[in-house]
Design a protein around this ligand. Structure first.
Ligand code: CA
Length: 223
């Protein structure tokens, strides 16, 4: 699951991103409305967290443009306490939920999960593969109906592999899905985390193949 966070307060933005990444979401941070608008035309997002008071283009305009392109991406708007009028306008022009600043991060995360669960936004909410059931919103994995412990990075790796069963996933694909733009990553980090994921999957009979020089492959269970 990939989230766009448009918030010009960089301390708040970093705090939100860090919390969401720890839960295994990929987060792209933008600090202006113009950058938000641009990002939304470039890549598909599963959800947008949108501050209304943004430089260059305000959040309402970003939202209006998004909806005018017919994009149903769920949007949570962040408003200042005194921003009642904007909040109402925001909901009128297609925001799905709002939070008034200041708010607690667990509250934001709960709203995000609720929104992601509410609709079918293109990505399926639960992915099944052999004995695995992956709840992409709750960021939980069950194997044979038992909880299966994975780190946030291992979760993201597995999610990307599961979304592309039968196809080779390159390290570039994984890097793109794993981390937001701001994150440092290296091929080595991916290899280390893939090694750990594979060790955990082996006992349940799931084999992640390495295609040398190309990437990784989770084979179709029927072949
Ligand atoms: Ca602001």
């Amino acid at each position: 699951m990939r989230i766009l966070l448009a918030e010009d307060d960089d301390v708040l933005s970093d705090g939100i991103s860090q919390a969401l990444r720890q839960s295994g979401f990929a987060v792209d941070q933008v600090l202006s409305g113009l950058d938000a608008d641009h990002a939304l035309t470039q890549a598909p997002y599963d959800l947008v967290v949108l501050d209304l008071g943004l430089p260059q283009m305000d959040g309402l305009e970003v939202l209006k443009r998004l909806r005018s392109r017919g994009e149903p991406t769920p949007v949570i708007i962040l408003t200042a306490r005194e921003g009642l009028k904007n909040r109402v306008t925001g909901l009128d022009i297609g925001a799905d939920d709002y939070l008034t600043k200041p708010f607690d991060l667990p509250e934001l995360e709960a709203r995000i999960r609720a929104l992601l669960r509410r609709g079918n936004w293109g990505n399926s909410i639960e992915i099944t593969y052999g004995p695995i059931r992956f709840d992409t919103v709750g960021r939980r994995v069950l194997v044979h109906d038992q909880p299966f412990e994975l780190s946030a990075r291992e979760l993201s790796l597995l999610e990307t592999l599961l979304q592309r069963v039968g196809r080779i996933v390159t390290k570039e694909n994984l890097a793109e899905h794993l981390y937001g733009w701001e994150d440092e990553f290296s091929h080595n980090t991916i290899e280390v985390n893939m090694h750990r994921l594979r060790k955990k999957l082996e006992p349940v009979g799931i084999n992640v193949r390495t295609i040398r020089g190309l990437g990784y492959l989770l084979e179709n269970p029927t072949t």
